[in-house]
Design a binder for this molecule. Structure first.
Ligand SMILES: Cc1cc2nc3c(=O)[nH]c(=O)nc-3n(C[C@H](O)[C@H](O)[C@H](O)COP(=O)(O)O)c2cc1C
Length: 201
């Protein structure tokens, strides 16, 4: 697979075959992903790879509960909220062969005494983690796996930390669900170059 087709044919995959993914394939994906660029080359990403069914269920239960109460606070009827949780949280997490929680650690990033620069530094950490995630998605595609970036952990960071007993410095940023694809989605619409780029010639 050349780089251009890897970039263009990667899709967000949300349905997976139940087949087991060999350990060496998972390690191959993780090994490639760590070549992502990062601010100060601090590599401020950490990932928790979950293949154990009971850990997935524990995480799904905790995240589902957090989302459920958020929806009730938004005025979503209880039954509707339960249905959304079942389809978009529980089944997505427990139905994915591999779930990876991606965290940011600021441990090796610079420390500033003022809020302005510290906020910029934090943002650089977040940007670095995003670069890592995109690299991971491409690496998964290269290895024949499908994957999808899921933002849910961002909305319940302390819940995820507690459910997985994560060290204090790990800040959950995203979840990647991964496995052999059981769907072949059409490429979603992309904005034209004219819409997104301007040129000062
Ligand atoms: C920051 C971020 C958060 C995302 N969160 C979700 C999500 O929570 N659930 C989901 O199904 N897809 C999520 N996606 C995937 C996008 O929906 C997907 O990338 C987009 O529709 C384009 O499709 P493609 O990846 O197949 O090109 C997310 C993507 C990004 C970059």
């Amino acid at each position: 697979m050349d780089l251009s087709s890897a970039i263009k044919t990667r899709r967000s995959i949300r349905r997976f075959k139940p087949n087991n993914v060999p350990e060496e394939i998972v390690m191959g994906v993780l090994d490639l992903a760590r070549w992502a660029p990062s601010a100060h080359n601090a590599q401020p990403w950490r990932c928790i790879v979950i293949r154990n069914e009971s850990v997935k269920k524990k995480l799904a239960e905790a995240m589902g509960k957090a989302w459920f109460y958020d929806m009730l606070r938004d005025g979503v009827p209880e039954e509707k909220a339960q249905q959304i949780i079942r389809l978009e949280s529980w089944e997505r997490i427990t139905g994915s062969p591999i779930v990876i929680i991606i965290c940011l650690t600021m441990k090796d990033m610079h420390k500033y005494p003022d809020k302005r620069r510290q906020a910029a530094e934090y943002l650089m950490g977040v940007q670095s983690v995003a670069a890592y995630i995109q690299t991971l998605l491409l690496a998964a595609h290269y290895h024949g796996l499908g994957a999808c970036w899921v933002c849910a952990p961002l909305f319940c960071r302390s819940t995820v930390k507690k459910a997985l007993k994560l060290p204090k410095d790990l800040d959950p940023q995203a979840m990647i669900v991964m496995g052999y694809p059981d769907e072949n989605p059409e490429p979603p619409f992309r904005k034209s170059l004219e819409e997104i780029c301007s040129f000062k010639r």
